[in-house]
Design a protein around this ligand. Sequence first.
Ligand SMILES: Nc1ncnc2c1ncn2[C@@H]1O[C@H](COP(=O)(O)OP(=O)(O)O)[C@@H](O)[C@H]1O
Ligand SMILES: [Mg+2]
Length: 232
Amino acid sequence: MSEPLLSVRDLEKSFGEGEARATVLRGIDLDLQRGELTALLGPSGSGKSTLLTILGTLLRPTSGSYTMLGTDLTAASEAERTRFRRENIGFVFQFHHLLPDLSALENVMMPSAAQAGRETAAMRTRAAELLDAVGLADRRKYRPAAMSGGQRQRVAVARALMNRPALVLADEPTGNLDRQSADDVMALIDRINAETETCFLISTHDEHISARCRRRIELLDGRLARAEPTPA
Ligand SMILES: Nc1ncnc2c1ncn2[C@@H]1O[C@H](COP(=O)(O)OP(=O)(O)O)[C@@H](O)[C@H]1O
Ligand SMILES: [Mg+2]
C-alpha cells in the first residue's frame, strides 16, 4: 500500500494537572489513506472532538506522533502548523460558523482571501464553482441568515474545500440538521470524496451517516477500535 496520508502513533491527550488531570486519549494509532471516507464514532465525551482538533493541528497532543504528507506535525512550530493547516486541512463543524455579514460566495472564499490578504478573480471563480458543486449556484449573494440550515452547512462544506485540502475534518456536521438536510449534506460529501480524492473523517452519532462511510472507527475508553456497520 502507498504511504498513508496521515499517520498517528501512540497519541495521548490529557487535560488538567494533578488530581484534576483527565486522560482523554490513551494510545491512539491511526492511518488514513488519501481518498478515504471514514466515520468516527463513540459516545458523547469519548474524545472525538479532541482527536479531530489534534488532527486539525489546532491542539497539540500530550505525547505521541502525528505525521501528515511527510511533515512531522508534533515537531513543527506553531507557525509551521498554521501554514500546513491552511494548505492541507479543511474543517466543517456542527454549527456552520459562517460569517453573518458576508455572502455565501464571500464565505466560501474566506480561507483563500484571509491567507492572501485580498480577494482575486481566481478565488471568486473557484468559490462560484464550489457553490455550483454544492447545489447553491443561485445563492451566491445570500447571507447566511437568508438560507436554511442545510444550505448553510453546504456553504460550510464548500468553504472547507476552497484551498483543495487533502483532508477534511467534520465534527458532527449533520448534528444540527433535519433528516433530509443531513442526508443531502452526506450525499454531497460522498460525491466530493469520490470525485476529488479528498479524505474525510466525520464524527457522528447518526447511523444513516456512518452507514454511508466506507470505514468506521470508534473511540472507546480513550482507544480506537474498528466499528462494524450496524446491521440493517
Ligand atoms: N479544553 C479542555 N479542557 C478540559 N477538558 C476537556 C477539554 N476539551 C475536552 N475536554 C474533556 O475531554 C473529554 C472528551 O471531550 P470531547 O473530545 O469533546 O468528546 P466528544 O467530542 O466525543 O463528545 C470530555 O470529558 C471533556 O470534558
Ligand atoms: Mg464532540
